[in-house]
Write a protein that binds this ligand. Structure first.
Ligand SMILES: *Cc1c(COP(=O)(O)O)cnc(C)c1O
Length: 379
């Protein structure tokens, strides 16, 4: 039996990556918004059905653009799940807005609409939703609250490219969607991201915010004869080198997803009996959602035994990490946020979750070793 280390995540290698990068370097056009940006953007719009998409330098920057598009300021509050990556909170705090932490639903790790309902005030400007592991949040409950109170929804869809809620593509349900192409995500270009929009007016502003506050995008289309400073903004567009890698990856999106689902389905088929005997919760996907096989996680009943499982797997050369540390009790969360109702379920989820290796190239032999490693542990 092989004892090679089985790492948690390994970026997919797409066939066209190097030829595409070579084409960019030979073209005298490496800065943003060239032909590979256009091609990758078209593919993203095809996968998501989004009327508008803009590549960005990261998901964090896509979330910062969301804060600028919604004109957030110091008088505003944004409701963010406590169990989240830091970008969801810090992109809002960067605009001076107060982050108000909400709790999650233990069955999915996603924002709980009942928790959100308790936190809405006249200052609430947006709700930040994460589709954890690529499984959609309860969008019906959240959309109802947003509509009733005139609040925007930002979808941090870093995990959910290609996922669906009741047939609707994730990232296009709320006001603004954000994607990540960090090399730990299903599709990557080293570091990268995108903004998805359905509103034409927001799109016109987003183009300006992304290009140093100028209408250069309109100029490049020939709509104006020179470009000038129009609004505040920054430089959120990726270089063609990143877009070239992204385009190569998106060309093989179906293969990547098939292989991630193969891994996910192997775990889902092999672990239920062990989980029942050990009181372990396996990741579940509600029937009205199509997930993206971004993560496969388990929840062990208590934190000490969870840490013991991580050690047990590490001794067998298997890297299986925990996940987000709750934001509400983090140093910046205490300083920049408010937690009117304790986020006890976020703390419980964070203390009990463990993620198994999941990447397209995992072999049947490696998967058997992971399954064997997990099922040889007694909680
Ligand atoms: C990875 C991730 C981000 C940040 O993405 P970057 O592209 O690295 O900025 C934000 N939110 C979630 C949920 C993520 O998983």
């Amino acid at each position: 039996m092989s004892t090679d280390r089985i790492i948690f995540s390994r970026p997919f290698r797409a066939a066209r990556e190097l030829p595409n990068v070579e084409a960019v370097l030979s073209s005298d056009h490496s800065h943003g918004d060239g032909p590979f940006t256009a091609a990758a953007t078209a593919k993203l719009r095809e996968v998501t059905g989004a009327p508008y998409a803009l590549l960005t330098t990261s998901c964090t920057h896509a979330l910062e653009m969301s804060g600028l598009l919604l004109e957030l300021g110091p008088d505003d509050e944004v409701i963010v799940p406590s169990f989240a990556f830091t970008s969801s909170a810090t992109a809002m705090a960067l605009r001076g807005a107060t982050v108000v932490f909400a709790d999650i639903d233990l069955s999915t790790g996603n924002l709980d609409p009942e928790s959100v309902a308790q936190l809405i005030t006249p200052r609430t400007k947006a709700i930040m939703v994460i589709h954890y592991g690529g499984v959609a949040a309860d969008m019906e409950g959240l959309q109802r609250l947003a509509d009733a109170n005139g609040i925007a929804i930002i979808e941090d869809n870093a995990h959910g490219l290609g996922g669906r809620w009741r047939g609707r593509p994730l990232g296009t349900i709320g006001t603004i969607g954000a994607l990540s192409f960090h090399d730990t995500k299903n599709i990557h270009c080293g570091e990268g991201g995108a903004v998805l929009l359905t509103d034409e007016i927001l799109m016109a502003r987003a183009e300006i915010i992304r290009e140093k506050g100028t209408d250069r995008a309109r100029f490049l289309r020939g709509a104006v004869d020179k470009y000038s400073w129009q609004d505040i903004g920054s430089s959120y567009l990726p270089s063609e080198l990143n877009a070239a890698v992204l385009d190569a990856q998106l060309s093989e999106f179906d293969t990547i997803q098939e292989n991630r689902h193969r891994v996910w389905n192997t775990y889902a088929a092999a672990l239920p009996e062990w989980a029942r005997r050990n009181d372990v919760r396996l990741m579940t996907v509600p029937a009205d959602r199509d997930h993206t096989a971004h993560l496969y996680y388990l929840r062990v009943p208590d934190e000490h035994r969870r840490d013991d499982l991580i050690t047990h797997l590490a001794q067998r050369g298997i890297v299986a990490p925990f996940h987000y540390v709750p934001l509400d009790s983090s140093p910046a969360g205490l300083k920049l946020g408010r937690t009117p109702v304790p986020c006890t379920r976020s703390a419980e989820f964070s203390g009990t979750v463990v993620r198994l290796p999941l990447w397209p190239g995992l072999t049947a032999e490696q998967l058997a070793r992971v399954v064997d490693g997990v099922t040889s542990f007694t909680v």
